[in-house]
Ligand binder design. Structure first.
Ligand SMILES: NC(=O)c1ccc[n+]([C@@H]2O[C@H](COP(=O)([O-])OP(=O)(O)OC[C@H]3O[C@@H](n4cnc5c(N)ncnc54)[C@H](OP(=O)(O)O)[C@@H]3O)[C@@H](O)[C@H]2O)c1
Length: 397
């Protein structure tokens, strides 16, 4: 019976542990390991089944290999931070274990988001007969599966993709991020970038915006063009794609705080000397901001994340929007987390389930859009992230 090791006991790790525990027929043995073992133990106490916990510094490859050799899991679900991706992939190769994550590798000293570093592991994973599934969260993750679902069932060709990530919820805090503050602020402060006609077009951070009217009377929000990693893999794997963009909603209040923090240097990721000690301002800011895991009981409202794909069907232009709406309070009632962690943790569990049951299989390094979307889409409905389709309504300009 399959054994899984979850690395990372933050907001997302907690949801992955809860959701794996709900599927004992697939995840018969679960270990939750992280840098701070007490966080694993606190999560383990919330679960209906017994899980093991362990301490590991995933940046220390020999330490991770020793843990893998001791536990002999079939799969590592990496929900630590993107900085750990390559170290955990190295450990998996050494110990002969399959790998899954939800965010692409980022070097700590520069906010660059690209798959190159992980795609470079293709040959090593293939040779070892192992599988690595990259980006099995919501975005990246479900967004790629939504696109391949639309291509498989609603269109003959896809020419334009717009991914829209809206959070219409509120945590009532003056300023907080819904997932790891350091990773979130690095992502949001980076230059925007989108794919058009085989080229990447760069924009200044958060300079392109448009209103987005959410379905199901959720209201309207401003969404801002950003770079997001699935654009790179979609542009590579979807033939004939002419344009791919990613939009995310931010409240005026969030943007006002971010601008001030940036202007005073608090979002810098290079070390500065303070009282004779080297500190990275963004890491210090993270220490001051609310822990995203603590936002669970405070957050109200809903998220709406979807993909609008334009293309051709039977010789005619057609637009299809597939989306999920997720309620922060319902997530908290189910797994003690807000919807951002929930919408990431559920697809991580589903990706793991498909790997462990053989529904998605292969040797090498894969992105989500390389597999049949059907079992994943069915699992989303079964495990708490139901989706809907709207045809021929245009949501973005
Ligand atoms: N695809 C998506 O839709 C999506 C959306 C949101 C987030 N994400 C990704 O999900 C991941 C987790 O996010 P989160 O919000 O849960 O972050 P978080 O709350 O900050 O949790 C990160 C966890 O990783 C642990 N960790 C950090 N460095 C470690 C190391 N060297 N060795 C072992 N454990 C280590 C942390 O341990 P400590 O407690 O000791 O710090 C913490 O438990 C991130 O990679 C994020 O980018 C993906």
């Amino acid at each position: 019976m399959p054994k899984v090791l979850i690395i990372g006991a933050g907001g997302v790790g907690a949801v992955v542990a809860h959701k794996c525990a709900q599927v004992p027929e697939v995840f018969s043995e679960i270990t939750l390991a992280s840098r701070t073992q007490s966080k694993c133990e606190a999560i383990a106490r919330q679960l209906p089944v017994k899980v093991r916990t362990a301490q590991v510094d995933a940046d220390n490859v020999p330490q991770t290999v020793a843990l893998l050799r001791d536990l002999k899991p079939d799969l590592v679900i990496n929900v630590a931070l993107p900085y750990q991706d390559l170290h955990i992939m190295d450990a998996c190769l050494e110990a002969g274990v399959n790998y899954l994550d939800t965010a692409n590798y980022e070097p700590p000293d520069v906010a660059r988001f690209e798959y190159r570093w992980q795609w470079d592991y293709q040959e090593r994973f293939a040779k070892a007969g192992l599988m690595a599934l990259l980006g099995s969260g919501f975005d990246p993750g479900v967004t790629s599966v939504f696109c391949t679902h639309i291509l498989k069932h609603h269109l003959d060709t896809a020419t334009e993709i717009d991914i829209i990530d809206c959070n219409a919820g509120s945590h009532g805090q003056p300023f907080a991020t819904n997932f790891n503050p350091e990773i979130n602020i690095r992502e949001v402060s980076a230059k925007g970038r989108y794919y058009q006609d085989g080229q990447w077009i760069e924009t200044e951070p958060l300079t392109h915006k448009q209103p987005f009217v959410m379905p199901e009377d959720l209201g309207s929000l401003n969404v801002y063009l950003m770079y997001h990693e699935e654009l790179e893999s979609l542009a590579r794997h979807i033939p004939g794609l002419k344009r791919a963009r990613f939009w995310m909603s931010f409240s005026d209040n969030y943007l006002k705080h971010l601008e001030v923090l940036k202007n005073v240097g608090m979002t810098r990721i290079d070390p500065v000397t303070f009282n004779g000690q080297q500190i990275v301002p963004l890491q210090f800011l993270k220490a001051l901001l609310p822990d995203p895991a603590s936002l669970g009981p405070l957050t109200r409202g809903k998220t709406c994340i979807g993909c609008q794909v334009r293309g051709m069907k039977d010789g005619r232009p057609k637009t299809v929007f597939v989306y999920n709406i997720c309620d922060h309070e319902a997530c908290y009632r189910e797994v003690c987390s807000q919807a951002i962690s929930y919408t990431t943790g559920v697809p991580a569990m589903i990706g793991a389930k498909l790997m462990l049951t053989g529904a998605w299989s292969g040797k090498g390094v894969f992105n989500m859009e390389q597999f049949d979307p059907d079992p994943f889409m069915a699992a989303l409905n079964a495990h708490g992230l139901p989706w809907k389709v709207i045809e021929n309504t245009v949501f973005t300009a």
